[in-house]
Design a protein around this ligand. Structure first.
Ligand code: ACO
Length: 373
């Protein structure tokens, strides 16, 4: 057997083929640039594109919306469970548990055919925002707000969370963030989902694992750390000194750097406009100024640029959303990319089973337990 090549963290390794997304030549989903999509499409259209392969016609979008909106409800035992989780359960952990639980109630759970997977994916797309909103309101002792059938994915989520309709500007900003979060090739959570279903497991298991992978601060969890970091600086006056001191302590500034984008993340530039526009109404201009200063220091000192989480954390803060909701919002979008990858994997499956480079002890014989001193 030839010696396998090894790249720590699988950096630069091509681990599979996909027709869903590429980062080559700028990020695009099924051939459409993310800038073009965020300017001209709703998140719901992009969700359809990722799941079904093409942008929808008006009639297809209407039918898709009808199917998804009709599935915006949870089985009563799950509602009960969400209200009974320990009070310290984070919204993302509750979501992970909920997706696993939803598998028990889905009539297609064990069917790995293409059509069944699409049906399950559409249902999870509908159910995830309901889980996040219901758990959030239950954790605050607030009554649940039933889903609205007439609203888009973003608008319905904000409505269920707050109990009042969001403005068109808020819905557009949320929509753009969801479009940008929807898909990103073989990132850690998507790859985790593909590994799971490559054993011929099932979609709910793959998505449950993906949520677990998303949670960490090196991946989706970073958007929840962004505001903590900005608050820790104290504001623009101290931002440069704080950043330099943090770098001197070899700390990571969450929201900066990327395994693939070393010269900047196009998504961050697109969403920055929305974070900036949302700031004045929320009295958050000071955090935009702080962010600018930190960006300059990070570029000069580390040649490192913001990723999507950097403006997303600020946008959600300006929309007065609580920080522990930020990674669940990422999941409420990325469900589309995860599901598209699960479907692609299962449509043309080969078990994902790489090798490891052994670094342990040389071969040795087992000693009797009395001789092991
Ligand atoms: N702040 C400060 N230093 C950093 C940062 C950062 N955000 N990111 C990397 N570095 C430094 C590392 O400390 C390391 O320095 P060293 O060589 O002196 O030890 C060097 O840059 C290389 O770091 P790696 O971790 O090897 O680079 P990798 O390609 O694995 O990093 C990652 C990618 C994990 C995203 C990293 O940049 C990071 O931790 N960023 C912060 C977390 C974050 O924002 N994650 C969101 C990812 S995008 C998304 O999920 C939408």
């Amino acid at each position: 057997m030839s010696t396998p090549t090894y790249s720590p963290g699988l950096e630069g390794v091509v681990a599979g083929e996909t027709a869903i997304c590429t980062v080559e030549g700028g990020l695009s989903y099924r051939g459409y640039g993310v800038g073009d999509l965020s300017e001209h499409c709703s998140f719901d259209e992009v969700a359809y594109l990722l799941l079904h392969g093409e942008l929808p016609t008006a009639a297809q979008l209407q039918q898709f919306h009808t199917r998804v909106a009709a599935a915006r409800r949870l089985p009563p035992p799950l509602k009960h469970l969400l209200g009974e989780l320990p009070k310290w359960t984070t919204p993302l952990d509750a979501l992970r548990t909920a997706v696993s639980t939803l598998g028990h109630f889905d009539q297609d759970a064990a069917d790995n055919s293409h059509d069944a997977n699409l049906r399950k994916a559409e249902r999870l797309l509908a159910q995830i925002p309901v889980v996040i909103a219901d758990h959030y309101r239950a954790s605050k002792g607030l009554p649940e707000v039933p889903a609205r059938q007439d609203l888009s994915h973003a608008a319905n989520f904000l409505y269920m969370l707050r109990g009042t309709e969001a403005t068109a500007t808020e819905v557009k900003a949320m929509d753009v963030s969801l479009i940008l979060y929807a898909e990103h090739e073989f990132n850690a959570s998507t790859f985790a989902a593909r590994v799971i279903v490559s054993t011929l497991s099932d979609l709910h298991s793959g998505i449950t694992g993906a949520i677990g992978a998303l949670k960490g601060p090196l991946h989706g969890g970073a958007n929840e750390k962004v505001m903590d970091i900005l608050f820790a600086t104290g504001g623009p006056e101290n931002a440069e000194a704080w950043t330099r001191a943090a770098l001197a302590r070899k700390e990571r500034i969450m929201g900066f750097g990327h395994r693939v984008y070393k010269a900047g993340d196009v998504r961050a530039g697109i969403l920055k406009t929305y974070a900036r526009a949302a700031a004045p109404a929320a009295g958050a201009e000071k955090w935009e100024e702080t962010a600018d200063i930190m960006e300059r220091v990070m570029a000069a000192e580390k040649n490192m640029y913001p990723n999507l989480d950097w403006p997303a954390g600020r946008l959600y803060h300006a929309m007065k959303l609580e920080i522990p909701l930020y990674t669940p919002i990422f999941a409420m979008s990325r469900i589309t990319g995860w599901a598209a990858h699960v479907i692609e994997q299962l449509d043309n499956n080969r078990l994902i089973r790489p090798r490891a480079l052994y670094k342990g002890p040389a071969a040795r014989a087992v000693k009797a337990i009395s001789d092991r001193g």
